[in-house]
Design a protein. Structure first.
Ligand code: NAD
Ligand code: UGA
Length: 430
């Protein structure tokens, strides 16, 4: 089928490359001309496993093309995927201005019978909203709108897209729903066709549930610290229960990223608007904020009670490992808190790059984990990059002012760290 994908970010680029891989003819558009130029040359602007190979394959087969400007992509498309950002607005709701702008741009050039699909995460009512904007802006009557939320995770976007747990399609028009589902031929997953409002709610419910699950295990970790239990044992013990499962039970510095915070906020806003106080979800947010603060307290304790004048080495800045994304990263928030209390912060992240310099101008960015630890009163490990497991801790310890390490991801072995003479603290562990 002929597909247009609008937005070449994490979701758009993955959607476009994967559909080309599945044999479709894809044109992907972005407004960022530099990004489009790089993609046309085969350069992947984000860190995403498997993406360079998929992009090269798509460009070589000419099934994948990149253009500047949405109207240039949609003219002959049978299905158009909207994959633009829906950031948190000032009031906490999802900001729909990018989705609306694209709908207005493409309306006059859409072929009759095109299906426009919201793949961006959008609030309940957005399928109808886009339909209305398209009509107002001159789309022909045959154009229909569907919801097809995306559940991929950054860092494993390609794998998740090609091996999803399910495909959700929300659409009032059965023919359009069939057309969207046919695009996924070759992917083995249950397809749930439902009404647009339910499809939109499924996406928010999924992210809110996962964020709540992480907050739950972080709260249990705090309890474990208070009663001298080990959260890793507890997570294992409850995870064996198939109704609970092992995933999303890793305690850490709190959840962040480009989606959980904004989507939870948007759902809380929608609930309040609907006259429902979603206290459970608000509780998950409160636990999350407190978790950031607990990490700051651990670092303060590790340096001897006051951060003023202390040197802190930070390992990891991205919101989780295997991505270069710093959006709403707990590590960034924690660095800012350490700076606020007067610490000198020297940080290393394998992927954060230039963006980190812009976001954290007061942080001294170092070339590797050893350099970030040199002369530090404590190191805090904030992102679970695998390479931090394999550093030479003798070398790290020798370079530090004091051997103190706060492992906010429970990545390291407490006994081994103590054997090496580190004052070692983790999350929810004895
Ligand atoms: P992103 O910011 O990485 O990408 C959005 C892209 O859209 C940008 O490159 C931007 O330049 C482009 N764009 C904006 N307006 C445009 C226009 N008028 N014409 C053409 N291009 C335009 O965002 P993302 O992380 O890919 O997220 C996109 C949506 O998908 C969001 O709603 C998000 O909630 C949702 N989502 C994201 C993920 C994820 O892991 N990142 C997963 C599932 C769902
Ligand atoms: C998340 C969801 O997992 C995806 O299904 C969804 O499509 C996506 O949001 C989205 O809508 O954008 P992602 O943001 O890539 O994906 O990251 P996750 O792997 O879910 O992690 C989110 C946050 O929770 C990270 O800060 C991570 O470190 C934290 N986390 C996750 C934990 O602290 N513990 C865990 O056990 C799992």
């Amino acid at each position: 089928m002929k597909i247009a994908v609008i937005g070449a970010g994490y979701v758009g680029l993955t959607t476009a490359s994967c559909f080309a891989h599945l044999g479709h003819d894809v044109i992907c558009a972005d407004i960022d001309a530099e990004r489009v130029g790089r993609l046309q040359k085969g350069e992947v602007p984000i860190l995403e496993a498997g993406m360079p190979e998929l992009l090269a394959e798509g460009l070589a087969s000419q099934r994948l093309r990149f253009v500047v400007g949405a109207p240039n992509a949609v003219r002959n498309a049978e299905v158009v995927f909207l994959c633009v950002q829906t950031p948190q607005g000032d009031d906490g709701a999802a900001d729909m201005k990018y989705v609306e702008a694209v709908a207005r741009e493409i309306a006059p050039v859409l072929a009759p019978n095109t299906v426009v699909v919201n793949k961006s995460t959008v609030p309940v009512g957005s399928t109808l909203f886009v339909q209305r904007v398209l009509s107002e802006a001159g789309a022909t009557d045959g154009v229909s709108v569907a919801s097809n939320p995306e559940f991929l995770r950054e860092g494993q976007a390609v794998r998740d897209f090609l091996n999803p747990d399910r495909i959700v399609i929300g659409c009032e028009n059965p023919e359009s729903a069939v057309r969207v589902s046919e695009l996924y031929k070759g992917i083995h997953a249950p397809v749930l066709v439902t009404d647009p409002a339910s499809a939109e709610m499924i996406k928010y419910a999924a992210n809110a549930f996962l964020a709540t699950k992480v907050s739950f295990i972080n709260a249990i970790a705090s309890m474990c610290e208070a009663v001298d239990a080990d959260v890793r044992e507890v997570a294992l013990g409850i995870g064996y229960d198939a109704r609970i499962g092992f995933q999303f039970l890793h305690p850490g510095p709190g959840w962040g990223g480009s989606c959980f915070p904004k989507d939870v906020s948007a759902l809380l806003y929608a609930a309040r608007n609907a006259g429902y106080e979603f206290e459970l979800l608000q509780g998950a947010v409160d636990v999350n904020r407190a978790q950031y603060e607990r990490m700051v307290t651990k670092v303060r304790d590790a340096v001897g009670g006051s951060l003023a004048g202390a040197v802190v080495g930070v390992w990891g800045l991205t919101f989780k490992a295997d991505t270069d994304d710093l959006r709403d990263s707990p590590a960034v928030a924690i660095c800012k808190r350490l700076l606020d209390e007067g610490a000198t912060v020297q940080a290393y992240d394998p992927a954060a790059g230039e963006q980190a310099r812009r976001l954290l101008p007061a942080v001294d960015l170092r070339a590797d984990a050893y350099d970030a630890a040199a002369g530090a009163d404590a190191v805090v490990l904030l992102t679970e990059w695998d390479e931090f497991r394999w550093v030479d801790f003798e070398r790290v310890g020798a370079a530090m002012r004091k051997r103190a390490l706060v492992d906010a991801r429970n990545l390291l072995d407490p006994a081994a760290m103590r054997r090496r003479g580190f004052n070692y603290d983790a999350v929810g562990r004895r």
